[in-house]
Design a protein around this ligand. Sequence first.
Ligand SMILES: *[C@@H]1O[C@H](CO)[C@@H](O)[C@H](O)[C@H]1NC(C)=O
Ligand SMILES: *[C@@H]1O[C@H](CO)[C@@H](O)[C@H](O)[C@H]1NC(C)=O
Length: 316
Amino acid sequence: MPPRANPPSISVDNVDLFSVLVRGNALRQGSSWRSSRGLVALLLVALFTCVVATWLYVTSLDSDITETLVSQWELVSPQPRVYSVQCSEDYENYKRYPGCTPQKCGRAVTDNVVTREEAQVLRRLAERGLALAGSEGGASILDLHSGALSMGKQFVNIYRYFGDQISDVFTQEDFQLYRNVRGRIQAVIAETFGLNPALMYLTKPTFFSRINSTAAKTQHDEYWHPHIDKVTYGSFDYTSLLYLSDYGSDFTGGRFVFMDQNGNRTVEPRAGRVSFFSSGSENLHRVEKVTWGTRYAITVSFTCDPAHGISDPALP
Ligand SMILES: *[C@@H]1O[C@H](CO)[C@@H](O)[C@H](O)[C@H]1NC(C)=O
Ligand SMILES: *[C@@H]1O[C@H](CO)[C@@H](O)[C@H](O)[C@H]1NC(C)=O
């Protein structure tokens, strides 16, 4: 029997094939090792980025110091809670009126000037007036003095536009209550800052505001920007806000924030609560965006300059 012929070529080919296979495997292993090293490096970079982002977030939280000056559930009575701050130089650009121009500056909150019942009557008045029209965005105003009422993307004069319906909306008693409340607010501001109330004048704008979480449609709806009242309205010397609804139960968000160098200080609205402050840049402030519900308030401001004084709103 002839010996089986070796198929050397095949064997060589096999060896070659084998070596090719082995080499190929080694190459594949090398490349898979390299690509998994790449994956590990990528994961490390991602992890590092996450850690840095978290750290930045935590430190940014840390540096955003927010202190609650007055909570919704507190009852500030009988005396206002007063926080003094040094007056800014803003008042130096204006004529001084002794007995009125701020010498002492600060902010104060009282729940003892307007009752919750009175706040409710005023809120119903605001609801009726604003029900006639209202902004397309989340923030509507009704200025009883000028008659300006938000409507769509602009304003109309409620007395002219809704003249025939006005008696269904407002009564003489409503305006009397407004005057009465305005007088009490003026008295508490005078007492707190050591002023002569007879030398303070109601100034414009004085308005009801209604805010909900609907997105702004025009600049008029953007109530949340930080601002200084004396810069926005040169005539203002003292600003007051009378809240007509409760933070937490009627709405969320919408806290008032004094923005100081060293931290933000909030006042939580409460129906019947009056918050007042000197209007200069010592009281830079903003209102947080309302996130749910509806927030009602009235802004009542005073000037020391008789030329900028206005009379109380009245039915035409
Ligand atoms: C106050 O709040 C604003 C945002 O409303 C924030 O940018 C700022 O850092 C806060 N200030 C301080 C000192 O925490
Ligand atoms: C906000 O108020 C307006 C006017 O009443 C209303 O059309 C809108 O639906 C309200 N938005 C929300 C989110 O309740």
